[in-house]
Unconditional design. Structure first.
Length: 233
């Protein structure tokens, strides 16, 4: 760690907005495509639960689940040779959470906090500056965040790249390019997209017992201890 901190040629000047956009533009489109896939996966998963449980899960589970699935897919994508922008790699300097290291000059974390943007006081999703992580060259710390459609609360409406400790306005990732990339990858069934869930929503009713208490005929229900059967009565 000390050797990384004592890099002889540190990056003294942070990236400008124009430089960050040029450097992270292409890779952020790919990450955005995986984000859309993760949201679709979450929506399918939550639909398998009752309405009340879905409401609770939206608040407690969605942000972490979607961010983790997007970051994991990004790691697989950037670890697959020849299919991603050159000189973009996976960075894991804090725990096992994947981030994007771009050309040695920027690293971009993937997370979402619906309540407020990540800042120095929140540690939930690697809210540390690159200098504290000991990254060679002290690259500019960037973040990819997103916003859901307020009407349905199920679809991503905007995706942004920002730099919390640098004085430039965040820039938006073009949604049309993200959707096109997602459609292409889905048609090709790329390995970094999440696969189909074990139980799809359209077959859930056939797989599980009816709501009126009936069970499948091949299942034997044993009486609980102390519970008398009809024959015993």
């Amino acid at each position: 760690m000390s050797e990384m901190m004592d890099d002889p040629e540190p990056l003294a000047v942070p990236l400008t907005r124009k430089q960050a956009r040029r450097m992270l533009g292409q890779v952020s489109v790919g990450v955005g495509a995986m984000l859309l896939s993760a949201v679709d996966h979450w929506n399918t998963l939550s639909e398998l639960n009752s309405a009340h449980l879905r409401t609770v899960l939206q608040v407690l589970g969605r942000g972490s689940y979607v961010a983790a699935l997007t970051a994991a897919g990004t790691e697989v994508w950037l670890s697959t040779h020849g299919v991603h922008p050159p000189r973009h790699t996976v960075c894991k300097q804090q725990s096992a959470w994947p981030a994007v290291a771009a050309l040695g000059k920027a690293y971009m974390e993937i997370h979402h906090n619906e309540a407020q943007p990540t800042n120095e006081r929140r540690q939930a999703f690697c809210a540390q500056d690159s200098g504290a992580l000991g990254l060679a060259g002290n690259p500019t710390h960037c973040e990819l965040t997103w916003e859901y459609d307020l009407r349905t609360d199920k679809y991503v409406k905007h995706i942004w790249v920002s730099a919390p400790k640098v004085d430039w306005e965040r820039f938006e990732v073009p949604m049309a390019a993200v959707q096109a990339q997602y459609a292409t990858w889905r048609k090709r069934n790329m390995v970094w997209l999440p696969g189909a869930l074990p139980v799809a929503a359209d077959v859930a009713a056939e797989t599980f017992p009816a709501r009126d208490g009936a069970v499948r005929p091949d299942i034997v229900v044993r009486p609980r201890p102390g519970e008398r059967t009809e024959a015993g009565e």
